[in-house]
Design a protein around this ligand. Structure first.
Ligand SMILES: [Zn+2]
Length: 245
């Protein structure tokens, strides 16, 4: 009986060890950190990626605080290898923000060259800024009365992304699309320009942002004091064919 009990005990210990081992293996896969914010979960990161995300988050929170929006971040940020063969536009090469899921996926994209420039920690940080701005705008606009079309979400994300670059790197980015001019009537900010050439759109967005008061322009857009003109399509569209507003 005693021997049998010992055997059972040994089995229990063994299965316990196996369970702990499995949990720690699983634990690595679900390693999370919150950068000090209750609504934030950084998932599947390396230490440098975590540090960069926390710094980027703090940059974005202070940007919006300066223009009068106290941001309570709610987002998960997951680092992932870029799916092979994915080439649907420049933005998707670096990651994306999924608004309903409040999730950012950041691709480890060392083999891409945004604006033709070599990948660098600074550029990686700038795309973290970009996706976190998307999160911030969704949090601020929420279910409130201000409705911004998708291209205006992109406008704000790119403008702040470029604004937060070092002056030297920003000049390099701007030089790649010297032909892009600030939009004078805002109709150049539309779903075609934003999707067909996002890198050129980014430069045009930044120049338009500068020409209209920088941070104060973002504040007016988010506060509903500036309402972008409605875009009229150069062809007939049915209501169901319009992009989500
Ligand atoms: Zn974007």
């Amino acid at each position: 009986m005693i021997r049998r009990r010992q055997a059972v005990f040994a089995l229990l210990v063994l299965s316990g060890v196996t369970a702990v081992a499995a949990a720690s293996r699983g634990g690595q896969a679900v390693q999370t950190d919150d950068c000090g914010y209750a609504g934030v979960a950084i998932v599947n990161y390396e230490q440098a990626e975590l540090d960069a995300t926390c710094r980027a988050l703090s940059d974005i929170i202070s940007y919006f605080r300066q223009i009068g929006f106290a941001l309570k971040p709610r987002v998960s940020v997951r680092f992932a290898d870029r799916p092979l063969g994915r080439s649907t536009g420049a933005t998707s090469a670096y990651g994306f923000f999924d608004a309903p899921g409040a999730q950012i996926v950041v691709y480890r994209s060392s083999d891409v060259r945004p604006w033709g420039l070599p990948w660098s920690p600074q550029l990686a940080m700038s795309f973290l800024h970009h996706e976190l701005v998307h999160m911030a705008v969704w949090r601020i606009v929420g279910d409130g009365p201000v409705r911004l079309r998708p291209e205006w979400h992109e406008f704000i994300a790119y403008a702040i992304q470029l604004d937060l670059l070092s002056p030297q790197l920003r000049d390099q980015v701007l030089t790649t699309h010297a032909e892009a001019l600030p939009s004078e009537n805002f109709l150049d900010i539309n779903e075609f320009t934003s999707r067909m050439d996002p890198e050129c759109f980014a430069v045009m967005a930044y120049k338009t942002y500068l020409a209209n008061g920088r941070e104060s322009f973002v504040a007016r857009l988010l506060g509903g004091e500036f309402v972008p003109p409605p875009f009229s399509y150069p062809f007939a569209v049915l209501p169901g064919q319009l992009p989500v507003q």
